[in-house]
Design a binder for this molecule. Structure first.
Ligand code: DQA
Length: 143
């Protein structure tokens, strides 16, 4: 089983960026934790981070036929991107949406996600743990 983990804009700044909201861990640490969790479950994980909407769309398109599932935190594009929604619909791969923070209890503009309707599950407010749970959800679904 192969899973693609996509992180959107500004998540390369984890550890520096608003640590009171997003925590002190870096993206590298998150990817290391997730890789280890996946290894224990016999899952292969690849990681991709981009600050560009079109690059994320292309990465989702390229996942077809290569990966069995996607874990995605589209970051700010969650609340704006019909293009990312359409890419996920186009490939039809089982996808879990993750947010480090609890977007439902933040500003009103963060409370709508374009991609939630096409995701198997949305996990919010569990910081790095949310990504590990997302992997478990995909393993249960695909297993
Ligand atoms: C985020 C929440 C988004 O609203 C925000 O724009 C992010 C990160 C999260 O992981 O909590 O960049 O997706």
């Amino acid at each position: 089983m192969k899973v693609l983990v996509i992180n959107g804009p500004n998540l390369n700044m984890l550890g520096v960026r608003e640590p009171d909201i997003y925590g002190k861990g870096t993206l590298e640490e998150l990817e290391g934790m997730l890789r280890e969790h996946a290894r224990k479950k016999g899952v292969m994980c690849d990681f991709y981070q981009s600050n560009h909407e079109g690059a994320i769309v292309e990465k989702i398109q390229q996942a077809l036929g290569v990966y069995d599932g996607i874990i995605i935190n589209p970051a700010a594009y969650t609340h704006t991107s019909i293009a990312i929604l359409d890419a996920l619909k186009a490939v039809g791969l089982p996808t879990v949406e993750v947010h480090l923070s609890d977007i439902a209890s933040r500003e009103s503009f963060r409370q709508h996600s374009y991609i939630s309707p096409v995701c198997v599950k949305t996990i919010t407010g569990k910081h790095f743990q949310g990504y590990l749970e997302a992997l478990d959800v995909l393993v249960d679904k695909l297993g």
